[in-house]
Design a protein around this ligand. Sequence first.
Ligand code: UD1
Length: 428
Amino acid sequence: MDKLSIIGGAPLSGELTVSGAKNSALPILASALLAAQPVRIRNVPRLKDVATMVRLLRTLGAETQGEGGVVQVSCADMRRFRAPYELVKTMRASFLLMGPLLARWGRAEVSLPGGCAIGSRPVDQHLKGFAALGAEIAIDGGYVKARAPNGLVGGRVTFDMATVGGTENLLMAAVLAKGRTVIENAAREPEIADLAQCLIAMGARIAGHGTSIIEVEGVPALDGCDHRIMADRVETGTYLIAAAASRGDVRVRGAQPSTLEAVLQSLVTAGADVETGADWIALDMRGRRPLAVDLETAPYPGFPTDMQAQFLAMNAVAEGESRVTETIFESRFMHVNELARLGAQIALEGNRTAVVRGVAALRGAPVMATDLRASFGLVVGALAARGETVIDRIYHMDRGYERIEEKLGALGADVMRLTAARPARPPA
Ligand code: UD1
């Protein structure tokens, strides 16, 4: 199992280009099942999760070319309608295949994703949405089995909470349903708007994406299209936070600043000079230690839960005390105990709030990644720490961050991937 060795203590400095958004690429790859002609998707990040989604599409009978960069998906016909447990358990976003399968073929069997490290993460809202469009749903042997033998029919759905995946799944189901669908209390994440743009390019009729009410007028069939995936806002924010924690000076190219307002505001409060252009963001700490900033995660446009671990790690080396409150997932503080191994002073109040007392310096130590975003929280801590940190189980990180060593290396970080063939750094 690969590990990442980081010798921290130096400011990150330089430029990097952000990858395409994982959380946009996954639903858009799933949406290719809706079109009878080939769908060409550009700016697809080369990630484990993308490879898993491509594998799922092939398992179902789609023809695909590429696993990153440009990916083409052709779904003239389907062989199977079942997404197996073995693949779904490694990636919850596999559940997004349900909407397109149900919409185009009137049947879908997708394994229940089960719990994951950050909480129970049910799919009840997805199922409530499909039922409102007339699907018959049964849960049997760990699989959700859905049928709509005569096709889906538009309906009105009000979600109980803003759910990103639920909104995406229902949107993909509604585009081929007969008549009009209204999704109320829809999530407003930019990745949902990106998916809607792709569906519109296929010929779907959608209005209100990016707001909390989405309206869809179903069409009988969809065409192929060519779509470029938006910039990854989580990756962008992650590198900016890492730069702030290390007192650095970084410019991220290919970014979409409008999708990061809450994070940029928090970084300014932390004392960073932040400048933005049409497609870039520059952050400069001018060598200063960051100031501690309170934050509370919230659905978009609030502070994203996917950047909580990274920001908490920055607070761990900031001047002052801060409260970090997680409102989206119930157990998303597993990085706290690992950061403590680097010398961070963090106390948990229940499972919602972490009280962070910034320390002047962290010290490198062996730590373990527990989930995708938490793992980058450890990278942020390691970059700000003196000495070597070895992060174990970085397969979590490889699911969602492209070319980590290369990107951090370009910013001057001393990072090395340790493998079975090279289990430790060569002696200095
Ligand atoms: C997506 C993102 C993930 C991000 C999360 C929140 C992808 C591939 N993943 O995950 O990176 O952390 O949004 O921004 O885009 N819920 C239910 N029932 C449901 C669905 C959701 O109770 O049927 C709850 C969840 O447990 C959670 C909240 O709603 O507490 C938000 O979850 P949701 O927005 O659906 O997250 P995902 O789409 O899984």
